[in-house]
Design a protein around this ligand. Structure first.
Ligand SMILES: Cc1ncc(C[n+]2csc(CCOP(=O)(O)OP(=O)(O)O)c2C)c(N)n1
Ligand SMILES: [Mg+2]
Length: 879
């Protein structure tokens, strides 16, 4: 009746907002709790073994190598949350189905290893190798698929990224189903999140997507131990209530698991709501204190001030008051929440479970502010833990004398082992387990899709962005391969000319298109559909990266290789979501990242926050990333073809490489030349090749261009030949990163094999052939070509676009950043003059010829301000 009343009041606008939060009690009433089908006693024993081993491995690691770290308290607080999932809900993949995908809280890794040890997936040696990976056989500190590719699936320890990835992962599973590529309806994504972690914008930033898309296949378990690293998450508030409001507002099914079963009786007696009021008005800082203090404090400070409350607990001893548990340690309450969550199919669920940080570890740990970082236990503390976990028979006191705390696991024919193994068998096998299955193999596109670009644009002026969009369309049209393409774009499709794909391929929308679009009569109308192929994320680069990771790891998660093509404003990639890209690399994601509108001067008019002159440098820092800077359409085609072969081309999927490609695309249009006859695709992808010979002139030099700098380089070469008598051979550097990696590998090999004949890096070999100085020009910072400077066997000079971008025409920008034709000409002449090949007066002549003899500011200096006329310029203001 009350609900109806509220509903009607809402309709009449009687100022009654729907409640964003409910009272501070469990969402599922005790009467509604389902029957727990398991054996409580055996499960408690199993949990005790896992708790013990998790603590022992951290302690041992710190004894063996002081300062090596590890975390005891995070898992101690969440062990029951995990174990109910392991025993009853998380589905493995051994039965050939996609299975569930579980994102573990990174700092809870010791607990996951401890369970794997009990299941006999890991040995004593493994546990002893916790955090000691060098030399092999160790266990990585946190979940890293890059380091333990058969075990961990999802890197989570950079906080916030696991949660957002899990949302897009669940959405991607739905996409796969809607597009009829894979049957994922039974597959769920679980994500464990810290309550402190919820302050990361990435954690909560995309939860409305999950609500809006009705992701009933997504379940989050927020471990609300009320603490983060330094202290309370919300000392002066209630994190559980705050999160409830946020998640409810975003359309989630919210399940609070706050109080353990021992509270049921008290809550039942609370007919006047006094206890409820106390629950609602006690702040987390005080709840933390209550967890630290004994029963007498609880009686005085929680129940005591109100005589009615005090009377309510008169029949309980101090010990009993002290032992009143929190819901997150009560497997019956947790089981009820999981059951409810897994029966929900229309909305995502968040379980907000209240726990105590460091639970069971003893007084020095439980709810202490410093608990997150304590990684050692004294013998007395270990004895107390042994007692607390009822392991006195299993672990003799003498075993605690040695250097290492002993591990314990029951025999393989023990009831505990059998129970645990049987439960996992019933659920499809052990997890986590990262497996490359080829449930639905991928067929690469017909090679003919690349031949068009190899021919050049035949008189038409096009950009590499346009060439890419055309290639993407052709790839999507390929009958066998096409459906495996996942185009991802964060609200810039029109900028890149990709709106031409909307109608033909559709934009994925879980509920279809419920309206007729304004442009319905157009050929290229905005078309949303349930089986749409394009993932139009809206303005979220981080969300788009999460989709990229979900699609790019589908070959492992689902055993169904998919090929993401994520096209974005290059400035808003590595710079903006660099950590997410790092996590893609850790995840072993494969696919193509296309940094469109690249270059500091190619994107006219935009300015300082748009013009990208450094993403390729940032890309150089990511080991798995293959970074390319193509100048021409045929280079682009060669690079994409190469990427597909390396990432997906091998019949045995284990031989495919876990790399992804970052390719810069420019919006400047020019005629795309055909691939010269002497150039092969292999030349293009190795990083550097000679594009054109030098005309016959008395003096020679080499010009190396990349990307859109090709224009200035080519014009300069013509002018140098015609006006200054210099024959320049032109080279295209498609990947300085690849050249550098080759050179470093060769250098290392030579260093460690001193008596073998020395090898020569590719870039040295290639450029050893010509004569005269080498000048490189790029629309990126000078450091980009500078990466290979010391391996270039001739004098080497670089022109690039250091400094902040600004808005102006392409021409003005190139003059300002000193990368236009005139500056390239001057740089080559200057390099020749320094060698003594020509006279310096010729350089001065060229400077005057191009009008470069004005004293302008150095764009590479951060305080450089050209004359503005606003009176705000410093060095060159009119005053
Ligand atoms: C992005 C990021 N910033 C900081 C850290 C360092 N860090 C590791 S654990 C932790 C506290 C975690 O608190 P919470 O999320 O509440 O998890 P709990 O351990 O309490 O379960 C911090 C700050 C990190 N791992 N990632
Ligand atoms: Mg916490």
């Amino acid at each position: 009746m009350l609900a109806k009343l509220l509903e009607r009041a809402g309709e009449l606008n009687v100022g009654n907002a729907p409640p964003s939060w409910t009272p501070y009690v469990n969402t599922i009433a005790t009467e509604d709790q389902p029957w727990f089908p398991g054996d409580e006693f055996i499960e408690r024993r199993i949990r005790a073994f896992i708790r013990w081993n998790a603590a022992a491995m951290v302690i041992n690691a710190n004894k063996a190598a002081d300062g090596i770290g590890g975390h005891l308290s995070t898992f101690a607080s969440s062990a029951s949350l995990y174990e109910v999932g392991f025993n009853w809900f998380f589905r493995g993949k051994d039965d050939g189905r996609p299975g569930d995908h579980v994102y573990f809280q990174g700092h809870a890794a010791p607990g996951v290893y401890a369970r794997a040890y009990l299941e006999r997936r890991l040995t004593d040696q493994h546990l002893n190798g916790f955090r000691m990976e060098i030399g092999g056989g160790g266990l990585s500190s946190y979940p890293h698929p890059r380091l333990m590719p058969d075990f961990w699936e999802f890197p989570t320890v950079s906080m916030g990224l696991g949660p957002i990835n899990s949302i897009y992962h669940a959405r991607f599973n739905r996409y796969m189903e809607s597009r009829r590529i894979d049957e994922t309806s039974e597959s769920r994504v679980f994500c464990f999140v810290g309550d402190g972690e919820c302050d990361e914008p990435e954690t909560l930033g995309a939860i409305s997507l999950a609500g809006r898309s009705g992701l009933g296949n997504l379940i989050w378990i927020v471990n609300c131990n009320l603490q983060r690293l330094d202290g309370p998450v919300r000392g002066n508030g209630q994190i559980i209530q705050e999160l409830e409001g946020v998640f409810r507002g975003a359309g989630w099914n919210v399940l609070k698991v706050i109080w353990g079963s021992e509270w049921d009786e008290l809550i039942h007696k609370d007919v006047d709501g006094i206890l409820l009021n106390k629950f609602n008005t006690t702040v987390d800082g005080e709840y933390q204190r209550l967890a630290v203090e004994g029963g007498d404090y609880v009686r005085e400070h929680f129940f005591g001030p109100d005589p009615r409350l005090r009377a309510m607990v008169e029949h309980l001893s101090d010990e009993e008051l002290d032992a009143l548990p929190r819901g997150g340690h009560d497997y019956q309450k947790i089981y009820a929440a999981y059951r409810n969550a897994t029966e929900e199919n229309e909305a995502p669920t968040v379980i907000l479970a209240k726990t105590i940080k460091g639970w069971t570890l003893g007084e020095g740990f439980e709810a202490r502010n410093a608990t997150h970082q304590i990684k050692k236990m004294t013998k007395d503390e270990l004895l107390a833990l042994r007692e607390r976990l009822h392991l006195v028979d299993e672990i003799p006191e003498s075993a605690l004398e040695g250097d290492r705390a002993p591990y314990y696991r029951p025999d393989e024919d023990s009831p505990e082992h059998e129970y645990m193994v049987q439960r996992r068998r019933a659920l499809g096998g052990s997890i986590p387990k990262r497996r490359i299955r080829n449930r639905r193999p991928l067929t690469l596109p017909d090679p003919s899709v690349f031949t068009g670009l190899a021919k050049g644009s035949e008189g038409r002026a096009v950009s590499t962005t346009m060439a890419m969009t055309g290639l993407l369309r052709d790839l999507m049209r390929d009958e066998a391969f096409g459906p495996r393409v996942v185009p991802i774009v964060p609200d810039e499709a029109r900028t890149f000319g990709m709106d031409s794909l909307f109608r033909e391929f559709g934009i994925y929308a879980p509920f279809g298109q419920l309206y007729e679009p304004v442009d319905h009569e157009l050929l290229l109308s905005y078309t949303e559909s349930t089986d749409g192929q394009i993932i139009e994320e809206g303005i979220t680069e981080c969300g788009s990266m999460s989709s990229f990771i979900a699609a790019g790891t589908s070959y492992a998660n689902l055993g169904v290789p998919m090929v993401p093509f994520f096209t974005f404003y290059s400035m808003f990639g590595f710079q903006r979501v660099g950590d997410s890209i790092w996590s893609a690399a850790d995840s072993r994601a494969r696919g193509f990242m296309l940094g469109a509108t690249a270059g500091r001067t190619t994107l006219a008019g935009e300015g300082l926050q748009h013009q990208d002159g450094h993403s390729l440098l940032l890309a150089a820092t990511v080991p798995a990333c293959q970074a390319f800077d193509p100048a021409f359409a045929y280079e682009l085609a060669a690079v994409i073809d190469d990427g597909l072969q390396r990432m997906y081309g091998h019949e045995d999927p284990h031989f495919n490489e876990d790399v992804f490609y970052y390719i810069t695309l420019y919006n400047e249009t020019y005629e795309m030349p055909p691939r010269p006859d002497h150039v092969t695709d292999a030349d293009v992808v190795r990083g550097l090749y000679q594009w054109a010979d030098a005309p016959d002139r008395p003096v020679t030099a080499t010009l190396v261009f990349s990307g859109s700098a090709q224009g200035a380089a080519r014009e300069a070469a013509d002018e140098l030949a015609e006006r200054w008598g210099v024959g320049v051979d032109l080279w295209s550097a498609t990947s300085y990163k690849r050249l550098r990696e080759d050179a470093l590998a060769v250098e290392r090999r030579n260093r460690l094999h001193p008596t073998d004949p020395a090898e020569v890096p590719l870039v040295t070999r290639l450029l050893a052939e010509g004569e005269g100085p080498v000048v490189a020009v790029t629309d990126f910072q000078k450091l980009l070509p500078g990466q290979v400077a010391r391996w270039i066997p001739r004098p080497f000079h670089t022109l690039g676009t250091d400094g902040f971008g600004r808005s102006d025409t392409r021409e003005a920008l190139r003059r300002f950043f000193e990368v236009d034709t005139g500056h390239v000409v001057v740089a080559v002449l200057h390099a020749l003059a320094r060698e003594g090949t020509i006279d310096a007066s010729l350089v001065a002549e060229a400077i005057a010829h191009h009008g470069l003899d004005v004293d302008i500011a150095d764009p590479g200096r951060h305080d450089t301000v050209p004359a503005t006329g606003h009176g705000v310029g410093r060095e060159h203001s009119p005053e």
